[in-house]
Design a protein around this ligand. Structure first.
Ligand SMILES: NC(=O)c1ccc[n+]([C@@H]2O[C@H](COP(=O)([O-])OP(=O)(O)OC[C@H]3O[C@@H](n4cnc5c(N)ncnc54)[C@H](OP(=O)(O)O)[C@@H]3O)[C@@H](O)[C@H]2O)c1
Length: 223
């Protein structure tokens, strides 16, 4: 068995396969699931994420470790089809965004209407998981290519925000961000992740860790 860190991704579209390629290049053991079953996903992965292993969506949090890391890269409009039981016990990295006019499930719409950040609403829906907002404000192109600055001392490494209510979960996701070649910038709590959403000042803006920290009120992580 490999000692490589395991990363599991739910969603094998543009974002999920880009993250799978980046994580595999960074030496991680990547598992990935989509709405279609693993046998039907393999041909797609052969083209878009050849080093990732297809798993069933219901098995994404099945792992030997206590709190497996699962990155959610399913469109918000499809979230009703994601069973919270699949994700129980996981550190769930919410990388989703709502696009203009995207129809979303009623529970999400009402939470957003009440003024909550989308991750705060997801934390209620996926109550058996520890939700962390991250990896949503970088495009799939940049996820694939803009990381890979593997020297943690490089001051120009692009910053990526990490927002969580659990310090332990934030630290685990910070390690993932570092491993992908970006600089983690820690925000005070999950609700603060709103600044990373599409209407915010840093969405899809390639800025360094210190600049991201300045724009978001966060703190650049250290090794
Ligand atoms: N694209 C980007 O640059 C980017 C970057 C960061 C974050 N994001 C966010 O990530 C999310 C996904 O975006 P995308 O562009 O990757 O979408 P996409 O290309 O349409 O891919 C969506 C994926 O979700 C899967 N899926 C749908 N319902 C599912 C379910 N119930 N269980 C498991 N998998 C399911 C689909 O499975 P099938 O393949 O079987 O249909 C597909 O693989 C969005 O919220 C987006 O805002 C996107």
């Amino acid at each position: 068995m490999s000692d490589a860190p395991v990363l599991t991704i739910l969603g094998a579209g543009r974002a999920g396969t880009a993250l799978a390629r980046a994580a595999a290049s960074a030496g991680m053991d990547v598992r990935i699931a989509a709405s279609r079953p693993p046998a039907a996903l393999r041909l797609h992965l052969a083209q878009y994420a050849p080093r990732a292993t297809a798993v069933a969506a219901a098995d994404v949090a099945a792992a030997d470790v206590a709190a497996p890391l699962v990155v959610l890269m399913v469109p918000q409009e499809d979230l009703d089809s994601v069973d919270p039981a699949w994700l129980r016990g996981a550190v769930l990295v919410d990388a989703t965004n709502r696009w203009d006019g995207e129809p979303v499930p009623a529970w999400l719409e009402s939470g957003l209407d009440a003024g909550l950040s989308s991750s705060s609403v997801l934390a209620t829906r996926f109550a058996g998981s520890t939700v962390v907002k991250a990896l949503n404000h970088v495009s799939h192109w940049d996820l694939d290519t803009a990381g890979r600055r593997l020297d943690p001392a490089d001051p120009d490494r692009r910053g990526l925000g990490v927002a969580a209510d659990s310090a332990q979960a934030a630290a685990a996701v910070g390690q993932l961000v570092l491993g992908l070649g970006f600089a983690p910038v820690f925000l005070p709590d999950l609700a603060a992740g709103r600044v990373l959403e599409p209407e915010g000042p840093v969405f899809n803006r390639p800025v360094s860790g210190p600049e991201l920290a300045r724009l978001t009120g966060g703190t650049v992580g250290r090794d």
